[in-house]
Design a protein. Structure first.
Length: 59
């Protein structure tokens, strides 16, 4: 199945919004906010951001 670049960006933003809702009441909300800001400023580093998100999820 083929996904265009726009759909990929849309899906990544939806994932970020889902994590925002999930972490809304968490104490690490500030850290998530900084990661999101980092990811939107440096869109080329999305893979690095996703690896950081995975590390946070794993603890």
């Amino acid at each position: 199945m083929y996904f265009s670049h726009d759909i990929t960006i849309l899906m990544s933003r939806l994932i970020v919004i889902a994590f925002m809702v999930f972490c809304y009441e968490q104490e690490n909300l500030v850290r998530w906010f900084h990661l999101m800001k980092f990811s939107f400023i440096n869109k080329d580093n999305m893979a690095l951001w996703m690896s950081q998100v995975t590390n946070i999820i794993r603890g």
